[in-house]
Design a protein around this ligand. Structure first.
Ligand code: F6R
Length: 616
């Protein structure tokens, strides 16, 4: 949510910041702005509503002579979408420019304090308050040196409750850029005589692969050739320099019209990446070097609690079915936002697992902090190396799915499904599952990328189905057992990107209420790949057909249903039951994508949404 870029160095700052913001646009895209320090040491400030490109209506990046600047692409929290509420914000006396990602929770108290000091405000944002608070403490300093700039920010932030990723410019220190973080991601790229601050690596990777991930309550003050990191209490920090493990091309769209389309097509490779290095030497079990710190505790664990949000929560629900089935360990799946405030009784032998593509979702981080506070071991599954989850958990597994830019999660979700199925079988093999069962799972795992390629060939057929139904305003998605999370995910995709109301249910639950919606105008997408329980699903299908509800079936070839009994019939390849949900998800992704295209929606930047939700 909200993207930040800051630059100080030898290059012209404006084009680099502008381009960086375009890479971060998926984090928020309702307004954007850039603030620069000109060669004459004065500020220039450009802001506009709409996408980053709309900034070009008010400035030409290549005409700026600045080598220091900050930029922001906004996802509104405090204050409507307007030029005045767009970042950067300028402090009342004009000494500071500031961009902010996060929420200042005690903004009212801070604003009252500043009003008493005769500060006035032009915007409705919490960010402007922070800019003024920094200015207030700066004006108490004895000098106008960079050290005073740093001390003023430290003092201001000591009074702030809430979350922030910040980049700040001070007019008296025209060769310096300051960054600070608490709860909102921020990293610093280290180049040749330059430093780049950004909310994520996508804005940096073109210039350098060497980065420092700022930690909570750390502040970095930098010039082109100097970088000093300390805490709010002025303790020096010696930060670790990490290498970004993906290339700039991976963050490009290539031949695809949308990132989402590209990412759907990357799923075979994503599964190859998820499997790599995770198969035991005798090919009978997954293995995870990243879980080694837990040692033999796996044998003692008698309950696993998963915490996640959105699609990652759906992936965890899948894990509940699989871990209980294969490893006989009771599992609970919590919305991270609920877990945090619940007093869920956990036993000494409970393991908490947090799952998050970005590794920065605030609700999930809060659940993680709560679990740690209560003394439970926490395992993290995340896609982003160096993310907060990767650093704060006791151990974990990386997805290695590459950057996911489309706001609607696709490849990260199927990668989570794959890793969680592997985790279920890994735990099963530690307990009840025999060698041959393990071998047959591993075989299926190795064949999965090929089966994904075959499933991707269904795009044209699914596009034609979308053509038939794109005017429908509501859908039901049904699935039993391991296909219930797929139904939830299919419904979520359709809501997010095509703005069509869709609800996922366990198939049989449909008759306990949702059947009231069934009509010619409300199609039902049914996932059915489990032959043994298909007769039950068939009953549900008959109930829907008796009420003229159109049926779109997603099934494997072995399902004994006459295709003429549904309005559309999509046949996916058959695989191991633990992996079948991965193949069943792909038609749902294509369906949402083609529905969105036909309804004229912006697939990669759906309204009201942003990737990486760093507010509560
Ligand atoms: C849905 C989607 C969201 C995310 C959710 C959690 O397409 O992308 O529901 O799954 O916001 O995000 P992460 O996995 O980054 O914690």
């Amino acid at each position: 949510m909200c993207g930040i870029v800051g630059y100080v160095g030898r290059r012209p700052a404006a084009p680099l910041i502008f381009e960086g913001l375009q890479h971060l646009e998926y984090r928020g895209y309702d307004s954007a702005g850039i603030g620069l320090i000109k060669a004459d040491d004065t500020f220039e400030l450009y802001r506009n509503v709409g996408r980053v490109a709309a900034l070009l209506e008010c400035f030409e990046p290549r005409q700026s002579d600045s080598h220091v600047g900050i930029g922001h692409t906004r996802w509104a929290t405090h204050g409507a979408v307007s030029v005045l509420n767009a970042h950067p914000h300028r402090s009342y006396h004009g000494d500071f420019l500031l961009v902010h990602n996060g929420v200042i929770e005690n903004f009212k108290t801070l604003k009252s304090f500043l009003l008493e000091k005769d500060y006035a405000f032009y915007s409705d944002t919490d960010t402007e308050i922070l800019a003024n608070l920094i200015e207030f403490y700066y004006q108490q300093q004895a000098t106008t040196e960079p050290a005073s700039f740093l001390q003023a920010v430290q003092e201001a932030l000591r009074h702030v409750q809430g979350t922030y990723g910040l980049a700040v410019l001070c007019q008296d220190c025209p060769n310096h850029l300051l960054a600070a973080r608490n709860g909102s991601p921020l990293l610093i790229g280290i180049g040749d005589n330059e430093h780049i601050v950004a909310s994520d690596a996508a804005a940096i990777v073109t210039y350098t692969s060497q980065v420092i991930y700022l930690r909570d309550r750390e502040i970095a003050l930098m010039s082109s050739d100097d970088l000093q990191i300390c805490t709010l209490q002025s303790e020096n920090v010696s930060a670790e320099v990490c290498t970004i493990d993906w290339s700039p091309e991976e963050a490009e769209r290539g031949q695809h019209e949308h990132y989402m389309h590209k990412e759907i097509y990357e799923q075979a490779q994503v599964i190859v990446n998820a499997i790599r290095g995770h198969i035991s030497d005798d090919f009978s079990s997954p293995r995870f070097g990243g879980l080694a710190p837990l040692g033999n505790r796996w044998n003692e664990i008698d309950r696993i609690v998963f915490c996640a949000c959105g699609s990652a929560w759906h992936a965890c629900l899948e894990a509940e079915y699989l871990i209980e089935h294969y490893a006989h360990i009771p599992v609970e799946v919590e919305y991270a936002s609920e877990f945090r405030y619940r007093n869920a009784p956990l036993s000494k032998r409970t393991l908490v697992v947090v799952v998050s593509q970005s590794g920065e979702t605030l609700d999930t981080l809060a659940a993680l902090a709560e679990a740690k506070r209560r003394g439970y071991p926490v395992v993290g599954i995340t896609n982003v190396v160096g993310s907060t989850i990767s650093r704060e958990t006791d151990c974990g597994i990386y997805q290695h799915a590459g950057p996911e830019i489309g706001v609607a999660s696709t490849k990260a979700f199927t990668s989570q499904l794959c890793i969680l199925a592997m985790l279920a079988v890994y735990l099963g093999r530690l307990r009840h599952m025999d060698y041959t069962e393990g071998v047959s799972f591993i075989q299926a795992l190795q064949e999965l990328p090929q089966k994904i390629e075959e499933t991707l060939l269904l795009e044209q057929q699914i596009s034609e189905i979308a053509q038939r139904y794109y005017q429908s305003e509501q859908f039901l998605f049904l699935g039993r057992q391991t296909l219930f999370p797929v139904a939830l995910e299919g419904a979520l995709k359709l809501k997010e990107i095509a703005y069509v109301y869709a609800q996922g249910y366990p198939s049989a639950e449909m008759k306990h209420g949702p059947i009231a919606l069934v009509s010619k105008e409300c199609p039902t997408v049914i996932f059915a790949t489990q032959a043994a329980i298909f007769p039950k699903t068939l009953s549900n299908i008959q109930e829907i057909r008796a009420r003229n509800g159109p049926i779109i079936m997603v099934a494997t070839g072995e399902i004994p249903m006459d295709p003429s009994e549904s309005e559309a019939f999509v046949i996916i390849p058959k695989t191991h039951p633990a992996l079948q949900p991965i193949l069943a998800t792909i038609p749902a992704q294509f369906f949402a994508y083609h529905m969105a295209l036909r309804r004229g929606c912006d697939v990669d930047k759906p309204r009201n949404l942003a990737k990486s939700v760093t507010v509560e």
